[in-house]
Design a protein around this ligand. Structure first.
Ligand code: CP
Ligand code: NVA
Length: 309
């Protein structure tokens, strides 16, 4: 069965199909055309971490598709008290049509997929956040940028890892700038090295944000303190000095470059107030695109499920 867990198992064609469907579904919504693609479906949504965008976009999205979302906080379900993932996955997937999981360890979501009878969607793990990248790429395309050079400035976290996996599949140019010691995960870097030759991707790593941003079409960043890393705040804020995306940094990018942020944003840390304000229309369109892209992913996964029988 097809799941949406990481770009490891999603092809370039899959990505293009989902993006095309996202555009179609977005146009339908904007024109008040409501097609019940997933009539009476229930989407189980397990959250082991906080969320605003992911939760609201999925709950709204499944409703607009004719179904219903079921919010399951690990604080409330037995998973949080130690019920095994295998049991939880088998039980919940015997009652719902699709399952979204936001958790810490990536291995956990893979285990969910192993025991689930229905498609599983990664709502973010410590390793990657592929849903966000699809919404981001949709936003890039909507801004008329076709073959982007993307500069990611900041922490080598789940967003950086996801951009690498995505760039590798799509054959695009990606420059990652992180402080020493905060590079993306080695397993991701190694994996990208192998397959980039095939796709033609150009992925580079530097400790100099200015070098990364120079001439880029898209500049993006993410919080320096991901969920679960709250204790590291003091050390990280020191290590990331010089990594804030401010107007001086944006001036090094192409004149018509855009700025993206997956949100939540921490003004005065990874991004200046001024940059966020200046590019706010794009950043909030990017957040809205989570809704359209995820509706497309659900419809696309269901088409695969039907095909697989
Ligand atoms: N960008 C993102 O995933 O936001 P939430 O944590 O609010 O879901
Ligand atoms: N890197 C961040 C992304 C939040 C959407 C985190 O994992 O907390």
């Amino acid at each position: 069965m097809k799941h949406f867990i990481s770009f490891h198992s999603i092809s370039r064609k899959d990505i293009l199909d989902i993006l095309a469907l996202s555009k179609k579904i977005k146009i339908e919504l904007k024109n008040n055309i409501h097609i019940p693609y997933l009539d009476k479906y229930v989407l189980g949504m397990i959250f082991e971490k906080s969320s605003t965008r992911t939760r609201v976009s999925f709950e709204t999205g499944i409703y607009q598709l004719g179904g219903q979302g079921l919010f399951l906080s690990s604080r409330d379900i037995q998973l949080g008290r130690g019920e095994p993932v295998s049991d939880t996955a088998q039980v919940i997937s015997s009652m719902v049509n699709m399952l979204m999981v936001r958790t810490f360890e990536h291995a956990k979501i893979e285990e969910f997929a192993k025991f689930s009878r229905v498609p599983v969607i990664n709502g973010l793990t410590d390793l990657c956040h592929p849903l966000q990248i699809l919404a981001d790429y949709l936003t890039i395309l909507e801004n008329g940028i076709e073959d982007p050079t993307i500069a990611y400035v900041g922490d080598g976290n789940n967003m950086a890892n996801s951009w690498i996996l995505f760039a590798k599949k799509m054959g695009i140019e990606l420059r990652i700038a992180t402080p020493k010691g905060y590079e993306p995960w080695q397993e991701i870097i190694d994996d990208a090295k192998e397959l980039s030759q095939i796709s033609g991707a150009k992925i580079t790593y530097t400790n100099d944000p200015k070098e990364a941003v120079k001439g880029a079409d898209v500049v993006t960043t993410d919080t320096w303190i991901s969920m679960g890393q709250e204790d590291e705040k003091e050390t990280k804020v020191k290590a990331f000095e010089g990594y804030m995306v401010d107007m001086d940094m944006m001036k090094l990018a192409k004149e018509d470059a855009i700025f993206l942020h997956c949100l939540p944003a921490y003004r005065g840390y990874e991004v200046s107030e001024e940059v966020l304000e200046y590019y706010s229309k794009i950043v909030f369109d990017e957040a809205e695109n989570r809704l359209h892209a995820q509706k497309a992913i659900m419809v696309w996964l269901d088409a695969w499920r039907q095909k697989d029988g």
